[in-house]
Ligand binder design. Structure first.
Ligand SMILES: Cc1ncc(COP(=O)(O)O)c(C=O)c1O
Length: 474
């Protein structure tokens, strides 16, 4: 069998597409839609054929499961959002407790709403020097399990948005010693485990389920993702049913084929390409370290952070407060020069480096960031941690009860002390600072308003300037 059965079938179908009387309705007709949709092929009734059982997709997923050392794998066209929600539906039933990192992404939060799970929040450590999240201490999970022996799962975000990985192996062992699974949102970790200098991926480390975005760190189409699972602590049939229940019935063959192709590339050339990316990231860090005041995060952050097992050496994270430059201004300048950063707020930059970069692309990014920072230097500011890592969560109601409760929109000053009914998350990284069911604190609201005023996008709330807030009606 081919090593990329789904990708090959997709290519074959495109080359022999004939005259379709099927969806998609655009029929790839260039007279109407030019070449925008030329690659758009449905999975069912296209790549798999009308009467097919799905064996091409199953074959491709089997290869991926073997490659990650998992028992089960599914390809998704709905991002890690989909996998996180399927994962939440698989670990417990409404009313069950789960131990969850409060640095969770909003997609996992809505998994809790869908599944009716009751979160017991645990917060990772924060680095005093940079304000960045630096790992979930094993002892914090142990204490939470001690206080809540009836918890049904531990749910973590590993790696963190800024490339830190906790001791997932020790946390998996701990969860298993309580008879429950460890579920890991590894949206930013699809490349982990495929180069000796990278941290192991969560399945290697012993986690039971891993969700990852193929579009973030590998070479899949936007929206492509995977869920992988193993072990005796999860109900795989339920995970499969949840995955299926939440997945579109019309998955894009192009997106699924791109997952297969990305996985094939990782298998064939991953170590070489990731090795290059790691070496060039290290070279970039050396150049950034020449800039006075610029904070450059590297492997040494793991040396001073007891809860950090490793820092992803392909990840570049910069802090700007020591330069006095405003990250929003610098990022705008960079955009005008064609350099687009994944994350840029006033104080922090995360330019994403992947195995698709070249030495030239990285050199250019470094040169332009250094130039723009020098041009926009100012008086150094004190370090202020990103809100996402320091959220004060006081749960007053379960996320699901708050989501379905009667709501009203009130002025911000009237919202303080009330229970939030909506989500507000500075984006990226998309960690809810306000979330349904949590008591609204005045300082959190003020900080969100200040973020919004400084130009950060505050996502998922009705009023992105936070002058009004949706609260539970009392
Ligand atoms: C930690 C984390 N989990 C999940 C997601 C959702 O991933 P996707 O955009 O692939 O749905 C993101 C997106 O940025 C994320 O940062």
């Amino acid at each position: 069998m081919s090593n990329t059965p789904l990708y090959d079938a997709y290519r074959h179908f495109l080359a022999n597409a004939g005259t379709p009387f099927t969806t998609p309705g655009h029929k790839r007709n260039p007279a109407l839609v030019d070449d925008l949709l030329a690659q758009d092929v449905p999975h069912w009734g296209g790549v798999e054929g009308r009467r097919a059982s799905g064996k091409r997709l199953q074959g491709a997923q089997r290869i991926a499961a073997d490659m990650w050392g998992a028992a089960w794998c599914r390809y998704s066209v709905q991002g890690s959002t989909h996998g996180n929600q399927a994962m939440a539906l698989s670990v417990g039933k409404p009313g069950d407790k789960v131990i969850v990192a409060r640095t969770l992404h909003k997609s996992m939060f809505f998994g809790l709403v869908l599944a009716g799970l009751e979160p017991i929040w645990v917060r990772p450590d924060i680095d005093a020097e940079t304000g960045l999240t630096v790992g979930m201490p094993v002892e914090r999970i142990r204490a939470a399990l001690h206080r809540h022996p009836d918890a049904r799962a531990v749910m973590l975000v590993e790696p963190s948005y800024v490339g830190g990985v906790s001791d997932v192996g020790a946390i998996a062992e701990l969860a298993h010693s309580h008879g429950i699974p460890l579920a890991v949102d590894a949206a930013w970790g699809a490349h982990l485990g495929f180069h000796p200098e990278l941290p192991p991926h969560a399945i290697q480390a012993g986690a039971d389920v891993l969700v990852t975005s193929v579009h973030k760190h590998l070479t899949g189409f936007t929206q492509s993702s995977m869920v992988l699972a193993q072990g005796d602590y999860l109900n795989l049939e339920r995970l499969d049913a949840a995955f299926e229940g939440l997945h579109t019935t019309s998955p894009s063959g192009a997106i699924l084929a791109s997952i297969d192709r990305a996985r094939g590339l990782l298998q064939e050339r991953g170590e070489e390409l990731l090795g290059n990316a790691i070496a060039w990231a290290e070279k970039a860090r050396r150049r950034f370290r020449q800039v006075p005041g610029l904070g450059v995060i590297g492997s040494e952050i793991a040396d001073r952070s007891p809860a950090l097992f490793m820092h992803d050496p392909s990840k570049i994270v910069l802090t700007l407060f020591g330069t006095g430059a405003d990250g929003h201004v610098v990022a705008d300048v960079l955009e005008q020069r064609g350099i687009h950063l994944e994350f840029a707020d006033r104080d922090t930059f995360c330019p994403v480096i992947t195995l698709a970069d070249t030495e030239q692309t990285i050199d250019l990014m470094v040169t332009e960031i250094i130039r723009a920072v020098k041009q926009h230097r100012g008086t150094p500011r004190p370090m202020v941690p990103i809100m996402a890592w320091t959220v004060k969560a006081e749960t007053a109601m379960s996320p699901r009860d708050a989501f379905f409760a009667d709501h009203e929109r009130v002025a911000a000053d009237q919202a303080v002390g009330r229970i939030a009914a909506e989500t507000a998350a500075p984006y990226p990284p998309g960690v809810p600072a306000l979330a349904p069911g949590e008591r609204i604190h005045g300082d959190v609201l003020a900080a969100l308003q200040a973020e919004a005023a400084s130009g950060t996008r505050i996502a998922y709330c009705g009023d992105p300037m936070l002058q009004t807030v949706l609260v539970v009606r009392e």
